[in-house]
Design a protein around this ligand. Structure first.
Ligand code: AHR
Length: 504
């Protein structure tokens, strides 16, 4: 018999507005994300700039709002100047982060043209691993400059007389990670980040700047890193970035399904640390978090091992994880966590967009398709409008080795008073048991269900492929019952469901 769970949707329990930047993504010069991912001049759908129109269509359908670029670990060895000007004159360089050859065919101008076609906001990262203040200011001037400078003149000469007006800038990437080219101590990084931010603000005080937080909570520096970096940078930055990836370790599926418990705690811990620094500095401002890398990533698999030795390929097959139905449920749960923390997490980027741990896959010159993880992202981005509402499910639990007893049901709701529409996003992350969910919607007034879907596969390891691209997709539900403001809905084990609501 199915277990029972219940929750109430109350429009007065507002966490914050839905932030559109929650639905950001990430394009890094890594593997086939750029080359043969978004850019493939020989592809039948390629436009005049070499961008794949089939991929652009999928990016729009995914509902991506911001895209972080150009890395990731790549940025810490990047000279942005290599990627501007006539393509034939651009140098090829070693990419130390991914042991690849970077041809620089795509650079800042191409990427920014692509963001316009995709209808997304760019989020630019500067190299604070192997470069410093001046190169960051030069890039800012190249992109946004309005004064008659050499860099702004070069941008115009390269085809973009109008400034790009990029608002959000990341001050380096994962500078706490020993794997990072130019890795720094918290004090060293805090100083260069503060000085870079100060200089960038001399150009434009209204920029939104993101300092590097921790790459993972299990690093020994976690906690002290945030405190030291923010002590140096607090007045100069708006966001602290955090990153987190999950995978199944061994056969511990239960802990994997409970990953969002860890993500909730990670966010809470970083918020506490940021608020501790705020208190010590007696600062008014409250810092926001940019969760600008999150996803399921099977880091321990061969697909994530970069080339070695004399092999420096262009766009090698790297980090091309094929996602399962179960992975999609965990991704859906991570989106629930991000939305639930919208009072402090006001920007996020799923890593990454195409081919590299991505919701969209491509064949070079060939087909493109949606991975299982495409669907929860697209649904959440399309449905979440208005205000995020806190819901507190009362749910059975299941035991996990990593997180203790985990509630089977996790959920978040949104409600848009203006249009009178709302949404419930809900997972049953129990590895084996279905749950009968009861939802009290009576506080929303008279509402009706306009659509309800569930993503589930009897085989939790089922994937989508180029030949079978729709094996795992959300299926319409016809068994949702709504009577007198009370909804009931069975949730299969390992499933992600959505309910769209409208004022009756
Ligand atoms: O997204 C893949 C890599 O993960 C990024 O380059 C890096 O920032 C992180 O370690």
């Amino acid at each position: 018999m199915a277990h029972a769970a219940r929750l109430t949707v109350d429009p007065e329990l507002v966490v914050s507005p839905v932030h559109r930047r929650t639905f950001g993504s990430f394009v890094e010069h890594l593997g086939r994300c750029v080359y043969t991912g978004i850019h493939d001049p020989g592809h039948p759908t390629a436009d005049a700039d070499g961008f794949r129109e089939d991929v652009l269509e999928l990016v729009r359908e995914l509902g991506v709002t911001t895209v972080r670029y150009p890395g990731g670990n790549f940025v810490s060895g990047y000279r942005w100047e290599d990627g501007v000007g006539p393509v034939a004159d651009r140098p090829a360089r070693l990419d130390l982060a991914w042991h690849s050859l970077e041809p620089n065919t795509v650079g800042v101008d191409e990427f920014l043209r692509w963001t316009r076609k995709a209808g997304v906001e760019p989020m630019m990262a500067v190299n604070l691993g192997t470069r410093s203040v001046l190169e960051a200011v030069d890039l800012l001037d190249y992109c946004n400059g309005t004064a008659p400078t050499a860099w702004a003149g070069q941008r115009a000469a390269n085809g973009s007389p109008e400034p790009y007006g990029i608002r959000m800038w990341c001050l380096g990437n994962e500078m706490d990670g020993p794997w990072q080219t130019g890795h720094k101590t918290a004090h060293e990084y805090g100083r260069v980040a503060a000085e870079t931010a100060r200089a960038m603000r001399q150009v434009d005080p209204t920029l939104e700047l993101v300092a590097c937080g921790s790459s993972a909570p299990d690093l020994p520096t976690f906690g002290t890193w945030e405190r030291e970096v923010l002590t140096e940078t607090y007045d100069q930055v708006d966001y602290l970035s955090i990153h987190r990836y999950y995978e199944v370790h061994g056969d511990d599926v239960a802990s994997f399904l409970g990953s969002a418990v860890d993500m909730d705690r990670f966010i809470d811990d970083v918020v506490s640390t940021a608020d501790h620094v705020r208190a010590s500095l007696k600062a008014e401002k409250r810092l926001m978090l940019s969760f600008d890398e999150w996803n399921v990533w099977y880091q321990s698999r061969a697909a994530s091992v970069p080339p070695a030795g004399d092999d420096w390929p262009v766009a090698p097959v790297l980090l091309e994880d094929r996602y399962t139905a179960m992975d999609a449920v965990v991704v859906g749960n991570m989106l629930i966590t991000l939305l639930r923390h919208s009072d402090r997490v006001t920007a996020a980027s799923q890593a990454q967009l195409v081919n590299v741990i991505a919701p969209i896959m491509t064949e070079p010159g060939g087909r493109a398709w949606r991975q299982t993880t495409f669907h929860p992202f697209a649904q959440a981005s399309a449905l979440a409008k208005g205000s995020v509402l806190r819901v507190t499910p009362v749910s059975p639990t299941f035991p996990t080795a990593a997180h203790g007893d985990v509630p089977s049901v996790d959920a978040v709701a949104t409600w848009d008073e203006e249009s009178g529409t709302g949404a419930l996003l809900v997972v049953n992350r129990n590895p084996s048991d279905a749950v009968e969910l009861a939802v009290d919607l009576s506080r929303l007034g008279d509402v009706r269900v306009t659509a309800a879907t569930t993503l589930h596969d009897d085989d939790p390891y089922a994937t989508n492929t180029a030949d079978d691209p729709d094996r795992v997709t959300p299926r319409d539900r016809t068994d949702v019952v709504l009577a007198d403001g009370h909804l009931t809905m069975p949730l299969p084990a390992i499933s992600f469901s959505t309910v769209a609501l409208a004022r009756a």
